[in-house]
Ligand binder design. Structure first.
Ligand code: PAZ
Length: 310
């Protein structure tokens, strides 16, 4: 019998520019495979769920892509090639470091006789040069592939394609699923085509549950990869039990548990038989250390251990 998830995937609309994205992902994976590089798929940012076919309104979530974009940098820094599947407009590796600033505030005009040139203001030069050097090295070596999504269906389509492309890499592939993905959606046949009219009175929404695609992902799409999912909660008492339940249900290797309010200073790495907290001290935080640096270090140790046991 056809499973809920395969029925659901069949009914999803094909995303715009899907084929082009599919080819880019496949070519990237083939190239990295031929270079014998380890590849990690990092998902990042939130999905939207449209309320109308010709979408004016949609449901969104809080995620900014901080976790995913920072993690992608630390993976690249450790020699992994990265497919960065991210929400369009959310934070991206390297440029994230300047995201809260207006580009124009970094710049100034310099006069030299009659000539006027555009330059980076002195106080920003060191930081920009440092990050630009790394960014150019990564770009030149083609170790980073950025692919964007906006809607839930685009995300799920691209996740499937990326996971299937990584299948051939077996344990040399890692999937780091940090995106905040909607659990609810409106099926196409229940979605109004045109903008919902406020003149019709108050709005009642009925959303359906999105089938958990972690199941086919672990079982069929990339069964030999190292798969890490995230569990976000607001109630601490649910965090470990729900992470363990996910591991039990989907049979992947690791859940990273985090709470909305403390996600930048505390996470717990949960496996079937262990829970390891990673905590950033106030001192580390004030020095600009990022929790993603510690997370990625731990994951790479675990990944190497798994590869050595193969
Ligand atoms: O993107 P961000 O840095 O603002 O937030 C990261 C996060 C909380 C979305 C991520 O760590 C996470 O838990 N993702 C999975 C969310 C979920 O349970 O659906």
């Amino acid at each position: 019998m056809e499973s809920d998830s395969s029925k659901f995937l069949k009914e999803l609309p094909v995303p715009e520019r899907f084929e082009e994205k599919q080819i880019r992902i496949q070519n990237f994976v083939e190239r990295q495979h031929s270079l014998r590089n380890k590849v990690v798929l990092v998902t990042s940012g939130g999905t939207i769920v449209p309320l109308e076919s010709r979408t004016v309104r949609f449901i969104d979530n809080f995620s900014q892509g901080t976790r995913g974009s920072a993690s992608a940098e630390y993976f690249l820094n450790s020699g992994y090639a990265v497919i960065f599947l991210h929400r369009n407009g959310s934070l991206e590796p390297y440029s994230r470091n300047f995201s809260r600033k207006n580009l124009l505030d970094f710049l100034e005009f310099r006069e030299d006789g009659q000539e006027q040139s555009l330059a980076v203001q002195g106080k920003y030069e060191e930081k920009i040069s440092k990050i630009l050097r790394i960014y150019q090295k990564v770009t030149h070596s083609e170790m980073l592939l950025s692919v964007d999504f906006t809607t839930l269906s685009e995300y799920l389509y691209l996740l499937r394609i990326a996971a299937l492309a990584l299948k051939t890499l077996q344990l040399d592939a890692m999937l780091y699923l940090a995106a905040a993905v909607s659990d609810f959606y409106i099926p196409k046949d229940q979605m109004p085509e045109h903008k919902i009219q406020s003149s019709n009175g108050s709005l009642q929404l009925s959303l359906q549950l999105v089938p958990k695609l972690l199941e086919p992902l672990v079982k069929d799409w990339a069964p030999d990869a190292f798969i890490i999912s995230f569990k976000l909660e607001t109630n601490r008492s649910l965090l470990i039990s729900k992470s363990k339940a996910a591991l039990e249900k989907y049979q992947h290797q690791l859940v990273i548990a985090n709470l909305l309010e403390t996600r930048k200073e505390e996470v717990i790495l949960v496996t079937k038989d262990s829970s390891k907290p990673i905590l950033l001290s106030a001192e580390c935080l004030s020095q600009g250390v990022e929790i993603e640096e510690l997370i990625i270090k731990e994951l790479i140790t675990i990944h190497n251990h798994m590869l050595n046991q193969k």
